[in-house]
Every structure is written in C-alpha cells, then in structure tokens.
Ligand binder design. Structure first.
Ligand code: AMP
Ligand code: GLY
Length: 431
C-alpha cells in the first residue's frame, strides 16, 4: 500500500461529532482527541467519561443531530451504535449533504436482519454454518427434531445480543424456540434462523471499509458470558484482549479474501456498497474460519483494545472510508497486547442498582485508560448509571503483563457492588 503521511497534509481544523454513549464511544473520542487534525470534538450524548465534549442530543434524534452538524460545520460524524444505523442516521446525513462514517440503512441490514445476512453470505459463498429460516413455529419445531442438538436458534431482528440461543439439549432448543417466537422479542422474533452448531475459537475481526477495500484491524477475543469460565448469561461483552495467540497473518488474509472482500463485492452489486466498520464474528473451526455474524459498527468492548493498539491517526482512516480512498491508507499498530476488563453493575445483564458512587484513580500513562460507559456526573460526583460501567484498558508487551496490570488497576477503583470477570485473557495464555 502506498504510504500517505496524513499528519503532514492538513492543519488542525477538523470538527468531529461522535454519536453514542458507551465505552466504545469514549474510546473513539479518546483516540480522535489525540488527532493532530482535530480542532473540535463533540460527543452526542456521551457519558461522564466524555463530559468535556458532550452535547445533549440523543443518538436517535436524527433531526437534531443533522441540525447540530450543520450549525457547527461538523466535518465528519462517526456513528457508534447499531440502532441509529439500522434506523437510517447515515441516510439522513447524506441527504443533508453531510459527511458521515457508517453504513446506510440498507447496508446495515447485514446486522439488523440475520436472514438478510445469511442470504448475503450465501451469495458471496462465505464459509458459514448451514441454516434454514422459519416464520412458522411448527415447521421450526420439526426441523429442530430432525437435526437434533447441539443447535443454534437466532431471532431475525436486533435483540441487544440476547436473541441467540445456543442449545446443547433438544429440550433447551425447543424451550428457546418458544421464547423467541412466542413474542418475548416482539417483531425481532417473528422470523428465526436455525443453524448448525460450530465448534472452535471465537474471534472478532473488525475491518475498515470504503465500499470496495477492506483493511483489517487487530483481531480481538471477546468474553460474552457474564461469569468466569464462560458461564452465565450472554452479555454485550465482559472483556476483550488482542491479539489472540492463534491469530496469524495467513488466517487474516484468508478471512479478508474469503469473507470480507466477497461480502463487499456482493453488497456493491446489490447497489448498497458497504462503508464503515464491517465487524466479522468468526469461529475458527478445524475446517478453517467460518462466519457467525456480521455487525456493521465498532464492537464494544472490542474498540477499547483496538484503539489502545492503534498507532496511526484514526481520523484520516475514517475519512478515507467515506471517500473511497482506503487503499491508499497506511495503518500502523503497536506490536503489543491490550486488554479491557469490564466492571459492571452487580446483576448485569439482569436487573441492577444504579447511582452507586465511583472513585477512579488519576491515570497519566498513555497505556492505561479507564474507559467509561454507564456513568453519570451528579452534584455528589461520579456515579454508575448502566449495566456495563467501566472498561479498564491496558497495553503491555505481553498478555500476562497486561492482565496483571489491568487487575492491579481494578484494585485502585472504588466501585462498591461491582461485578467483573477475573479470567479475561486467560484463554489466550492457555492455548
Ligand atoms: P451472534 O449474535 O450471532 O454472534 O451469536 C451470539 C453468540 O452465540 C456468538 O458470539 C457465539 O458465541 C454463539 N454462536 C452463534 N452462532 C453460533 C454457531 N453457529 N455455533 C456455535 N456458537 C454460535
Ligand atoms: N462485543 C460484541 C459487540 O459489540 O457486538
């Protein structure tokens, strides 16, 4: 790739708006704020960690966001969460002739509809689990009986990571099906995808995309279950580390050639070119990498470790994605390991208390950041306000060291009734 040193090409004159309020958005804001090109940063609505940049606009309030971007001459808007993407925030900005990073509503169906995603995988000949789509519960029941367990059942629509049932027993599969199709997930469960169970190491590969070119970021392993040993309920993610020990350049190339690029080609042929972050949820099986799912955005908490490892300026990369010039970008990464341990409210992903006072240590080293997610600033100080509250993120020369310093840092945080996993990254030390 030809190297363009973007840092030399422009002045500090860019105004950037980030949409969202989680740990992912804090990590993006932290990175963008370091850009030599960034003059002004806004986060809508943000959290206590991004307080210095916050504007009180909701991520789904498209009219107000467009108006704000216009009035403040915002040069680029970056969308964090899937919901505004699936509702067409990018389309609203493009219609107003405003530059925005993320896929259109049509392209975002790769995440917002599992059935659409499976169709694209099929057309692109992407290796994935065999599947069938059902809208009738009787036919779905018969199919499950025929195939047997283990088996995976997925609600078609967005269900905040809770619409997937991995059933080891037939009975569990039938109960899961009743729950998904029985109305508990509203219209997201009117259609289900039932698929083959895949075994292997799970890994997330996020790719910058400009419609044609896909440039991979560092690979990440997430820990989705609430409790140590991958036990308990599925969550949005309890911690991440990067890179996993089994990840190689060859594997990366195979995923780009067999999964990312064919997907971009099919999306382009369909007249819905994909621009933004294409997040590939992969299972590395004995037969090679297979795609579990697409997401159409930065992952949370994948982004926390990815930003910690990104050496290059993020801003020109995102601009290149919107302009279709990604093939000229040169992206440098720290050749180290990063880890992010999520501190959540006790009870998450079920019900939990909020408003718990938090005291964080002052950090000055550039390789240690406590990214904030569900936090708010009250007159009394910093308090918890959500399920996932903090993302303790550290970069070190080895995974063992990164784990050690992240857990040491946690000891310096005063967060009564916090819940966190003690085994983040441990699987990377064992393999
Ligand atoms: P998804 O939202 O599709 O990524 O599914 C959530 C989680 O369920 C994934 O992170 C995997 O751990 C698991 N999963 C999904 N599909 C499969 C599959 N076909 N085989 C095994 N596990 C799966
Ligand atoms: N951590 C998984 C996700 O962002 O979907």
């Amino acid at each position: 790739m030809a190297g363009i040193d973007y840092d030399q090409t422009g002045g500090k004159d860019k105004k950037i708006l980030i949409v969202g309020s989680g740990g992912r958005e804090h990590a993006l804001a932290w990175k963008i704020a370091q850009s030599p090109l960034c003059q002004e940063l806004y986060v809508a609505p943000g959290n206590a960690g991004t307080a210095q940049w916050n504007v009180p606009l909701k991520a789904n309030d498209f009219d107000s966001l467009v108006q704000f971007a216009r009035e403040n001459a915002v040069d680029l808007t970056i969308v964090g969460p899937e919901e505004p993407l699936s509702l067409g925030l990018v389309d609203a900005f493009l219609a107003a002739d405003l530059k925005i990073f993320g896929p259109t509503k049509e392209a975002a169906q790769l995440e917002s509809s599992k059935a659409f995603a499976k169709k694209i995988m099929e057309e692109a000949k992407v290796p994935t689990a065999r599947y069938q789509t059902f809208t009738e519960i009787t036919a779905a029941r018969e199919f499950i009986s025929k195939v047997g367990a283990p088996i995976v059942i997925k609600a078609d629509g967005l269900a905040a990571g809770k619409g997937v049932i991995v059933a080891n027993q037939l009975e569990e599969a039938m109960e899961g099906l009743e729950k998904l199709m029985g109305g508990a997930f509203g219209s997201a469960g009117e259609k289900v995808v039932i698929e083959e169970y895949l075994e292997g190491q799970e890994v997330s590969l996020l790719c910058f995309c400009d419609g044609q070119t896909a440039v991979p970021m560092v690979a990440v392993q997430d820990h989705k279950r609430a409790l140590d040993g991958d036990k308990g309920l599925n969550t949005g993610g309890m911690g991440t580390y990067s890179p996993p020990p089994f990840w190689t350049k060859e594997l990366e190339q195979e995923v780009i050639d067999r999964i990312a690029l064919p997907t971009l080609r099919v999306m382009q042929e369909k007249g819905m070119p994909f621009k933004g972050v294409l997040f590939l949820g992969l299972m590395i099986t004995e037969q090679g990498p297979k795609l579990l799912e697409y997401n159409v955005r930065f992952g949370d908490p994948e982004t926390q470790v990815v930003m910690m490892l990104l050496k290059s300026d993020l801003l020109p990369i995102l601009e290149a994605c919107t302009e279709g010039s990604l093939n000229q970008s040169k992206i440098d990464w720290h050749a180290e390991t990063a880890i992010c341990v999520i501190m959540a409210s006790r009870g998450y992903p079920g019900s939990y208390e909020t408003g718990i006072p938090l005291t964080l240590p002052e950090l000055t080293a550039e390789n240690q950041v406590i990214f904030q997610a569900g936090t708010a600033l009250k007159e009394t100080g910093l308090v918890s306000s959500g399920g996932r509250v903090l993302g303790v993120t550290v970069r070190e020369e080895s995974l063992a060291k990164a784990r050690e310093s992240a857990y040491k840092l946690i000891k310096q945080i005063d967060f009564p009734k916090a819940h966190y996993r003690t085994d983040i990254g441990l699987k990377g030390l064992k393999t």
